[in-house]
Design a protein. Sequence first.
Length: 359
Amino acid sequence: MVRAALLPAVGEPLRLTEIVLPEPGPGKVRVKLAAAGVCHSDLSLTTGVLRPTTPVILGHEGAGTVVSVGEGVTGVRPGDPVVLNWAPACGRCHLCGLGEPWLCENQYAASVETYAALPDGTGLYPGLGAAAFAEETVVNENAVIPLPEGVPLTSAAVLGCAVLTGYGAVHNAARVRAGESVVVFGLGGVGLAVLQAARIAGAAPIIAVDVSPEKEELALRHGATAFVVADEQTPKAVRRLTDGNGADHAFECVGRGSTIRAAWSSTRRGGRTTVVGIGGKDDLVSFSALEVFHFARTLTACCYGNSDPVKDIPVLAEHVRAGRLDLEALITDRITLDGIPDAFLRMASGQGGRSLVVF
């Protein structure tokens, strides 16, 4: 039996409980969690913006140590430190064949299959296939990535979502080049990772935008060269900071129609707006046909940083070892499992960066 945070149904509060984990079967790996990040996607699963199969153990951003492996597992062995990969690619579908594993048609297959149970036998589903809000979890072999040496196991948890998404948005999706200007809307864990990635890319200036004035110091520490408190005049403020042009690249890390619109309006003619946040299906964004033609901007989405975690996590680890990427700076709160509801409240109100459940 292991302790876990259970979501009984969408809209209900999380509750701590003990669950029964099976021994890993063929192709499965059991992991003892060292830490798990609290991501906005987890909050979206509780509110119904994303629809989980319930009852579910949430948490998808985590790192830990392999406890045991099932038959046929060759990539890891007991004792290995690993990062969870919540969206593993199958390598067989049409989109994987096109070289786009972040869009794999089967990446969420594990999330609709029971993986554990309550003591009374009720089956439980793993949130986004990982179920990291628990002391231990059981996942498919392709859902764990060996952690390279030189990266602390606890802080490595944020590699699994926030950093892969933020770094990938800059380097894989937008392909920011040295000297290009960047504006980042929303300074949660992903937005802060985007700031660090833009600094690594050599972008200048790097403008951070958030509704909370208290985040200015945090933004500057992560690589921003200017900070703007979000309001109706934000696009004008961004243009003033970019010689009247607007930013070469705007990154929307909130997932809200109004913020996407503001990011678009802050982008120069011919520039690129990259939507990183996940919004609701009824939250619409509109553009006139004339402005689409006139501004010639590119509006694109970015899913999981357009990343291949198997290839990208070793790259991120090298940035960590070289001191270019600061994982600890992303973590603003260290909590236990019972602190997750408060972390959701801080996230919803725009406070802090990444909360980290430390086991």
